[in-house]
Design a protein around this ligand. Structure first.
Ligand SMILES: Cc1ncc(COP(=O)(O)O)c(C=O)c1O
Length: 369
């Protein structure tokens, strides 16, 4: 509130102002990379792909399992996504599938202009093999860490490994500006360029002259104030989300056929959402019946993302891999995961899930978290 009030008091009710400048500096100190604040994560991806030279007729490799906002900017630029499957070990991009796809495209002399790799649900894609492969083939990498602000891959923040990284400050994320996005790169001149494009690409000088195509993608100084306040509680929010995830895991430990999204030892996840994979035969109930049971108690849960190749918009795209993303979508569930989820509310969720397979209700959740 103090940052927002300051924006009003100083009359910086605009897409320039001190909160924006400070937010960018704060993201740079958090990640070690120059950053530009923009109006959404989608806008940040759009700018990032343009920085990588993506244009008409290019191919861009993309994780198949993701939210549609990640791939849409590929279409904005007239390029074509090529969809790559996940693995069960991370639920994120399978490096083996990437290797096959790169080899096949190299043989055809048709390497993609870029790879966009998602870090879903506060987890991490296995970046080392992914980056090594892309380096071998000379393909730049944009990390879509929209859902994973605060997660670490081998002790470093995700979003800081590729040529570019993106975070989202949308209302549903671990911290929010109500809407907003951050684009990061170790290349400071790229960040300057993205900032220029995000502000309508107005040439320097007093005249309203424009030599390049720009966008109205700048973040509001008021919203940057919200983001600054939120950034101060990021660590607390991460701890709260992890506590929620741990309580679910303990509460389902004695049940067969319900397993949390894996957390490889090299990933320190935020568990932005607590997601589980249901093996219907072992569990004794289907994922859909769980969603319905929760719904009847006025509790919202969601399936894991619908992969892009199942979307009418992307069904014609070329695809590499098997049916992992599809399997995760059909049998994965995201349970209520808010940082502010009260223990008694979480206990209700837990007991509906347990009740669906006739397991005894718990009277309280694990107290050791
Ligand atoms: C994986 C992924 N990419 C991109 C986005 C887009 O971010 P935004 O909503 O800030 O545009 C989101 C979330 O909305 C997302 O989940």
């Amino acid at each position: 509130m103090a940052f927002v009030e300051d924006a009003f008091a100083s009359n910086w009710l605009s897409t320039v102002g001190p909160n924006i400048d400070a937010l960018e500096v704060e993201f740079e100190s958090l990640t070690g990379r120059p950053a530009v604040a923009v109006s959404s994560g989608t806008a940040a991806i759009h700018l990032g792909l343009r920085l990588l030279g993506v244009g008409h007729g290019d191919e861009v490799f993309c994780s198949d399992l993701t939210f549609v906002a990640m791939c849409n900017p590929v279409l904005y630029l007239g390029a074509e996504p090529v969809l790559l499957d996940s693995d069960f070990a991370t639920w994120n991009l399978d490096p083996n599938v990437l290797e096959d796809a790169l080899r096949e495209r190299a043989e055809k002399n048709k390497l993609p202009r870029a790879l966009v790799v998602a870090h879903l649900y506060g987890g991490c894609a296995d970046l080392d093999p992914i980056l090594a492969l892309c380096q071998d083939y000379g393909v730049p990498v944009l990390e879509d860490a929209a859902e994973s602000l605060g997660s670490q891959y081998k002790d470093k923040p995700v979003g800081t490994f590729g040529d570019l990284g993106v975070f989202s400050l949308n209302g549903n994320k671990i911290i929010t500006a109500t809407g907003g996005g951050i684009l990061l790169s170790s290349n400071a001149s790229w960040i300057e360029r993205a900032r220029f494009w995000s502000q309508q690409a107005r040439d320097t000088g007093a005249g309203y002259q424009h030599s390049e195509l720009g966008y109205n993608y700048a973040l509001s100084n008021v919203l940057a104030g919200i983001a600054r306040g939120q950034l101060q509680v990021l660590n607390r929010r991460v701890a709260e989300r992890r506590a929620v995830a741990l309580r679910y895991q303990r509460a389902f430990e004695d049940l067969a056929g319900i397993s949390p999204m894996p957390q490889p030892e090299w990933c320190l996840p935020t568990t932005w959402l607590s997601c589980f994979l249901i093996n219907e035969q072992e569990f004794g109930a289907s994922r859909d019946s769980l969603i319905r049971g929760l719904e009847e108690a006025n509790i919202e849960s969601r399936p894991v993302w619908k992969p892009m190749h199942l979307q009418p918009l992307y069904s014609d795209c070329e695809r590499f891999g098997g049916a992992v993303a599809e399997e995760l979508h059909r049998h994965g569930i995201c349970l209520p995961s808010s940082s502010s989820l009260a223990e008694e509310d979480q206990l209700r969720v837990v007991n509906i899930v347990r009740g669906a397979v006739g397991a005894s209700p718990l009277s309280r959740l694990g107290s050791r978290v």
